[in-house]
Design a protein around this ligand. Structure first.
Ligand SMILES: [Zn+2]
Length: 475
């Protein structure tokens, strides 16, 4: 007999939204069929009144990660055992974290170490970008082809040391010479560059200048990690990628200038993709001045209303392909610990809220289609990073990662809506529509506000990026 049947919902498939039923067998979707096709199943979920979408793909988390804003203390963000519980409640079933390769590290053992840290400790499926951080010896790059073959085809680089220099803070920046060298290894073998693009000279000069001028208040961060820096760096990376035939996924696009650079490149047919963060679309630089203002901070920084407008335009239309969190879960005390431009704690805590916020702000408030909602919360990240169609699709053969959103829910979020830390930046936010049921490979991991999943449920997912994604703007 059929393992599971989800009926009566409005189901969003790659072909569009409609009244389908979903048949699940052995953790996979066996069929998406007309109502009444299947008579019985061991378990039936009645999705009447619900919107049924593929499990969210969170493409950007930093879990169990050393906190570099406070280098004198050996602090870490919360791990997958805490954060992925929130993802399960919030309808995200796969997340992509990072394996940092620094000078002296060898690439396969770094990936192995991260995979060992996650194994048995995640409620959701997971994988890792490989971060090429700092002045790496050239021989490190020789391991890239093998890593791509092993199912890790995305390579993260920082074009700036995000923070000012400190003796206990390792450099993250990959210089443009090494970036070109990485592209030379990555592009011909089916990989993609994942780029944190800010202009190093501009950012570091601004730290120096603001320090000298005594303007240390963290609310000045948008002037340090500024719009000019985003414009210069996005365009420099895009130009390099054009020469190297490389594809780029720009993380946390924050400014209109970034969106414009990506839109222009896509207009020329180049495989360039932008991610933004849902809090960049909901908060602005003014919010830094509110009592818990630094809750909303991630690097580069919150920007201005015109930037929000450009990010929404990109999400609704074409230029921005994905939403992510830059997840960096900590306690509230730790998140609010820094107050100056040099020590405000970066990263965000919002992977749990991402699906619900984008539903409210996109679908309900800005008339985003359900198909587009699925693209920007799940299927585009899956395609760009090589998880598709196993992840990101309600289609026969895909993993049965399924989320039911209840569009009738209308409430103001409180601390009790969240399951990771002692706060959420989204407390007090009004939502209409919220995820209520989450399935991971056919197993119900959250239902009616109760957690049924286990940290042993999450599995490491191997990836391969479709050639179309790497040769033109495919999504
Ligand atoms: Zn990040």
């Amino acid at each position: 007999m059929l393992e599971l049947l989800i009926r009566n919902g409005q189901v969003v498939t790659p072909q569009g939204a409609g009244a389908w039923e979903i048949a699940v067998q052995d953790g996979k979707i066996a069929a998406v069929a007309a109502p009444g096709t299947f008579r019985e199943a061991t378990r039936v979920i009645d999705a009447a009144g619900k919107v049924v979408v593929p499990g969210g793909v969170e493409p950007h988390t930093h879990l169990a990660h050393r906190i570099q804003m406070h280098p004198d203390d050996d602090l870490q963000t919360l791990g997958p055992e805490d954060d992925s519980r929130g993802m399960a409640f919030g309808g995200t079933t796969t997340h992509v974290d990072f394996a940092f390769v620094r000078p002296g590290d060898d690439l396969p053992s770094v990936v192995e170490r991260r995979a060992a840290r996650w194994k048995g400790n995640s409620y959701t499926d997971y994988t890792f970008h490989i971060t090429l951080a700092g002045p790496l010896p050239l021989k490190t790059f020789d391991a890239i082809p093998e890593a791509i073959q092993q199912g890790f085809p995305s390579f993260k680089v920082f074009t700036t040391d995000v923070l000012p220099p400190h003796p206990k803070r390792p450099s993250n920046r990959l210089d443009f010479g090494r970036l070109q060298y990485a592209m030379e290894k990555v592009a011909p073998r089916g990989g993609i560059m994942v780029v944190h693009a800010e202009d190093h000279d501009v950012v570091q000069f601004m730290y120096e200048r603001f320090r000298e001028e005594g303007r240390m208040d963290g609310a000045n961060l948008p002037l340090v990690h500024n719009k000019v820096s985003e414009m210069l760096s996005f365009r420099r990376a895009i130009n390099l990628a054009a020469i190297m035939d490389a594809a780029i996924y720009f993380v946390h696009t924050s400014a209109r200038e970034g969106v414009e650079a990506v839109a222009e490149a896509r207009g020329l047919g180049r495989p360039i993709y932008a991610e933004t963060l849902h809090h960049y679309t909901c908060f602005t630089a003014d919010d830094y001045r509110s009592p818990r203002g630094f809750c909303y901070h991630t690097y580069p920084s919150l920007k201005y209303p015109e930037d929000q407008a450009a990010l929404w335009d990109g999400l609704l239309n074409d230029a921005v392909s994905t939403t992510a969190t830059d997840e960096y879960p900590t306690t509230l005390a730790l998140k609010l610990r820094g107050k100056t431009i040099e020590d405000v704690t970066g990263g965000n805590l919002g992977a749990e809220a991402r699906m619900g916020i984008v539903y409210t702000e996109g679908v309900v408030k800005r008339k985003m289609s359900l198909e587009r909602f699925v693209q920007v919360t799940s299927s585009n990240a899956a395609r760009i990073l090589g998880l598709y169609p196993g992840k990101g699709a309600l289609a026969p053969g895909s993993d049965a990662d399924v989320v039911l959103i209840d569009p009738a829910i209308s409430r103001t979020l409180t601390k009790d809506d969240f399951h990771v830390s002692d706060y959420s930046p989204w407390e007090g936010w009004d939502v209409r529509g919220w995820p209520v049921t989450t399935l991971l490979r056919g197993k119900v991991i959250v239902e009616n506000g109760r957690l049924h999943g286990d940290t042993r449920d999450g599995q490491l997912v191997k990836r391969k990026i479709d050639g179309a994604v790497l040769s033109r703007p495919a999504c």
